[in-house]
Write a protein that binds this ligand. Structure first.
Ligand code: IMP
Ligand code: MG
Length: 171
């Protein structure tokens, strides 16, 4: 029997996204911003974020998978490569959640080989309980200490991505 306990409301999420989008719009003014969403978890966040950013930008996606249930397998698999030309662009990687940091560090190393002007990270959730690698996160909407959360794009075995708010999952 699984239990969903409300953690971050729709209103809180939308308010924070507006703030972060305003910051991004000002920081990247005059730059060649490309938001690169990490599939699948970031699709809801990216859809709201892009509509709040007031400067011109491009959108791409990269696919990665490492989790089975609530545990990371430790092996990052690329399931989709970016389509756009990213050389000399300002890449902002958009993640749903940074946990151990393994997925992102593999991504960042790959993006750097494409010779962009810059690569930075924007995450909806920063969860540092199990952080294994030291990575710099430029924009983070919410910091949580621990637990497994679902909703607003985040899944548990591919379910609950559709929930409009974020919940703690108790098994
Ligand atoms: P990392 O490589 O350990 O940082 O894992 C990042 C990825 O794991 C995220 O993009 C999510 O897909 C997944 N993940 C980590 N923690 C959670 C969670 O609490 N709920 C749902 N997915 C999670
Ligand atoms: Mg996932």
């Amino acid at each position: 029997m699984t239990n969903l306990i409300p953690k971050i409301s729709e209103e809180e999420i939308q308010k924070k996204i507006k703030e972060i989008a305003a910051l991004i719009s000002s920081d990247y003014n005059g730059k060649k911003l490309v938001l690169v969403g990490v599939l699948k978890g970031s699709f809801v966040f990216l859809a709201d974020l892009t509509r709040q950013i007031s400067i011109e930008h491009e959108i791409d996606f990269v696919g990665a998978s490492s989790y089975s249930g609530t545990e990371t397998t430790g092996i990052i698999q690329f399931t989709k490569m970016p389509d756009l030309q990213l050389r000399d662009k300002d890449i902002l990687v958009v993640e749903d959640i940074v946990d151990t940091g393994r997925t992102l560090s593999v991504m960042i190393n790959y993006f750097k080989t494409l010779k962009p002007s810059s690569v930075k990270i924007c995450t909806l959730i920063n969860k540092d309980e199990r952080r294994a690698l030291d990575i710099e996160i430029e924009y983070s909407c919410f910091d949580i200490e621990k637990g497994f959360i679902v909703g607003y794009g985040l899944d548990y075995n591919e379910k609950y991505r559709n929930l409009p708010a974020i919940f703690d999952l108790k098994c």
